[in-house]
Design a protein around this ligand. Structure first.
Ligand SMILES: Cc1cc2nc3c(=O)[nH]c(=O)nc-3n(C[C@H](O)[C@H](O)[C@H](O)COP(=O)(O)OP(=O)(O)OC[C@H]3O[C@@H](n4cnc5c(N)ncnc54)[C@H](O)[C@@H]3O)c2cc1C
Length: 466
């Protein structure tokens, strides 16, 4: 039987695309090579990492701030296997939820590795080697990404781990070396620091969180240092010797120079992710890729081959679950003859540490590079009543607005619950708000969101509580 659409991969891009297509009346199927649906995000990414971040944050709070609020508990004790079980149950609930949604929407599922034989023809090879051919009018490639590797360093997922291994460590490493100060390195570094590891982060660049607003990144680094994380910036790990009881990493200045040896029990390689297209047969059907191996698509998410589309981590853009989801919806709508669209200027980016870091739109560096004149409004959480009473005053909100039109161009939040609060900024920007629009919108008191309103007022130097 021929389908209207077959989606290869069931991460947040793929499963959302399939559900939207089914809603629009397309006969739809998915192909998934793993045992469970949900891709990187649900199985070894967003969901398990957030479970461990949540649990480890409460563990740290129980040890540090409960007493100050008059809650007397003994020193918290860590039961790591139980914490891992809590995380695994969260993953299980989420992946089962995707299976339920696919079924509910009458999306057929093929278990196995999908290979595009020709436009409209996919061979699915199951784990036992059996193959079947699926025919379809359209194909969406949603095969996601894989861990980027460091030349000469073998990830064994036991002592030299990727994020996947770092989510299942059987005991707390005394010394954890994190290679890469991006989102994943800082999130998982935070988890293990809270649980008792000494964490050193080595970063090639002279700053953490490359791509995010520099002012935010510098302030965030200071906070992480106060928490006990240490950093070695402008440095590179060139080799890791795993022959002895302790790992011995060679670390040298990024520009080259004398290497030093740093010992660790576990090394987490978190230098980024690369598009995953292995076994898909793209060369056989001449689907073009860009110079970084990503599937090349046009503004309608179409590849150069008619009837083949691509979405999510396997194409250009931020490797984020919600970006893939929005592309999934857009691709389904385009295939169904509607006007699907993704606004790449308004994609929030969140680091789920404590405090959280969240941003949407342009950073100051991007605005300067583009020669766009802007005004800045900044408001610290030390001046926000709710943050003060909760003893969570680290960080600030910063709003960047066009100097001529006052249109909001970027919002950056370093602070408690920043990941939830950034949604307000995204909605405002999607509607083309000015900073004055936000400043004149009534915000409930006492909430952390008042800091957003105050930052908007600060654009015109009229914040009340500063
Ligand atoms: C530790 C970690 C934490 C993260 N945290 C966040 C976060 O908090 N927020 C956020 O937005 N993003 C986060 N991400 C990123 C997020 O996981 C990805 O952006 C997202 O999963 C990409 O979705 P996708 O659908 O493009 O691909 P994926 O989720 O990678 O899914 C691709 C799927 O395709 C399948 N597949 C591949 N090839 C084939 C084939 N030939 N045949 C059949 N199936 C195939 C794979 O098995 C997989 O299930 C995190 C990532 C990691 C590693």
């Amino acid at each position: 039987m021929a389908y209207d659409l077959v989606v290869i991969g069931t991460g947040p891009g793929g499963y959302v695309c399939a559900i939207r297509a089914a809603q629009l009346g397309l006969k739809t199927a998915v192909v998934e090579k793993d045992k469970t649906f949900g891709g990187t995000c649900l199985n070894v990414g967003c969901i398990p990492s957030k479970a461990l971040l949540h649990a480890s944050e409460l563990y740290e709070e129980a040890g540090h701030s409960f007493g100050k609020m008059g809650i007397k508990v003994g020193a918290p004790a860590l039961d790591l296997p139980a914490m891992m079980k809590f995380k695994d149950e969260g993953v299980d609930g989420n992946v089962k939820g995707v299976a339920f949604l696919l079924k509910k929407n009458k999306v057929d599922a093929f278990q196995g590795t999908g290979r595009i034989m020709a436009p409209g023809k996919i061979e699915v090879k199951a784990a036992d080697g059996k193959t079947e051919t699926v025919e379809t009018k359209n194909i969406v490639i949603a095969t996601g990404s894989d861990v980027a590797r460091l030349k000469g360093i073998t990830i064994d997922e036991k002592r030299i781990v990727s994020s996947t291994g770092a989510l299942v460590l059987p005991k707390v490493p005394a010394k954890l070396l994190v290679v890469g100060a991006g989102v994943i390195g800082l999130e998982l570094g935070s988890v293990w620091r809270r649980l008792g590891s000494q964490v050193l982060v080595v970063e090639f660049l002279d700053r953490i969180l490359p791509g995010m607003d520099l002012d935010v990144a510098r302030n965030f680094q200071r906070i992480l240092q106060k928490q006990g994380m240490t950093f070695k910036l402008s440095s590179k790990v060139t080799a890791i010797d795993s022959s002895g009881a302790a790992l011995k990493a060679s670390v040298e200045p990024a520009a080259g120079g004398t290497p030093e040896t740093i010992e660790a029990d576990v090394a987490l390689i978190a230098i980024g992710r690369v598009p995953y297209t292995e076994g898909l047969g793209l060369d056989g059907v001449d689907v073009k890729r860009d110079n970084r191996g990503r599937v090349a698509v046009d503004a309608h998410l179409a590849t150069n081959v008619p009837g083949i589309y691509a979405i999510g981590d396997v194409i250009a853009g931020p490797m984020l679950a919600h970006k893939g989801e929005d592309e999934g919806v857009a691709a389904a709508e385009i295939i169904a003859g509607r006007a699907g669209h993704v606004n790449y200027d308004v994609i929030p980016n969140v680091v789920y540490t404590y405090p959280e870091v969240a941003s949407v739109g342009k950073s100051e560096e991007e605005l300067k590079a583009a020669g766009i004149a802007y005004n800045t409004g900044k408001f610290p959480f030390t001046a926000n009543g709710r943050a003060k009473v909760n003893m969570q005053t680290d960080g600030f909100v910063k709003i960047l607005a066009d100097a001529k039109t006052d249109r909001v161009l970027g919002v950056h939040i370093l602070g408690p619950d920043a990941g939830n609060m950034i949604a307000e900024a995204a909605v405002a920007m999607e509607f083309g708000a000015s900073s004055e629009d936000i400043a004149r919108t009534c915000h409930a008191h006492p909430t952390l969101t008042e800091a957003i309103k105050e930052a908007a007022m600060a654009v015109e130097k009229r914040s009340i509580h500063m």
